[in-house]
Design a protein around this ligand. Structure first.
Ligand code: HEM
Length: 184
């Protein structure tokens, strides 16, 4: 398998980034929903949010890498009728917009009080925006809304991939798994 995309297939870099981010997105969603149920005296009250923030930053770095890689090379043509192709393209673009929105709102929640976001190894991300009224609450609402939107898009997107595989019997899912094309 090639490491770069071509007009018909995803390369190894895109495939690894896609699945790593899919796993991270699910993990972050689970951690995020779990951590808001913890009360102050729970032994994991600090640890789970710390883990969530660190993995969120890893997700953000992968997102920037993925978008740069996407812009730098060719994209395989979407296998579908022209109407479905437009829908798929819109969905993929919306994914990127929502993923950025989730990352940025998460960063704003963590730095709204003007203090830097401290990551594993003592790495500090400075607070770039602070002193805005109710910033933490507003960013929290946006983060909540966008994470549920991402979950809904995830369900639609996965259902579409399964429809391509089992009903249309085309190579859409196979090529994102790095598998050979079906014999025609
Ligand atoms: C069970 C989970 C998933 C399955 C089965 C799946 C499947 C696929 C497949 C088959 C493609 C390739 C479409 C094509 O070749 O035309 C694709 C692309 C894509 N997927 Fe997923 N995916 C999953 C989870 C996710 C998640 C969680 C995200 C976002 C967090 C995501 C974001 C994307 C994006 C943005 C693209 C377009 C890539 C691009 O154009 O750069 N996927 N997915």
């Amino acid at each position: 398998m090639n490491w770069k995309n071509d007009a018909h297939a995803w390369g190894l870099v895109s495939i690894l980034l896609h699945w790593a981010m899919a796993v991270l997105a699910v993990g972050l969603f689970g951690l995020g929903k779990y951590m808001i149920t913890l009360d102050y005296y729970h032994p994991l009250y600090q640890r789970i949010p710390d883990l969530h923030r660190n993995l969120g930053v890893v997700f953000a770095l992968l997102l920037v890498l993925r978008l740069s890689w996407r812009w730098a090379g060719p994209l395989p043509e979407i296998i579908a009728s022209s109407r479905e192709r437009v829908l798929a393209l819109l969905m993929h673009r919306l994914f990127y917009v929502v993923m950025f929105g989730v990352v940025i709102s998460g960063y704003l929640i963590s730095t709204a009080d003007g203090r830097a976001l401290v990551l594993a190894g003592g790495i500090e991300l400075p607070a770039l925006v602070s002193g805005v009224d109710n910033l933490e609450d507003r960013a929290g609402e946006v983060h909540w809304f966008l994470t549920w939107m991402l979950a809904g898009m995830f369900a639609l997107h996965a259902a579409a991939a399964l429809k391509h595989h089992f009903i249309d019997k085309d190579d859409t899912l196979r090529r994102m798994l790095g598998m050979k094309r079906r014999e025609k």
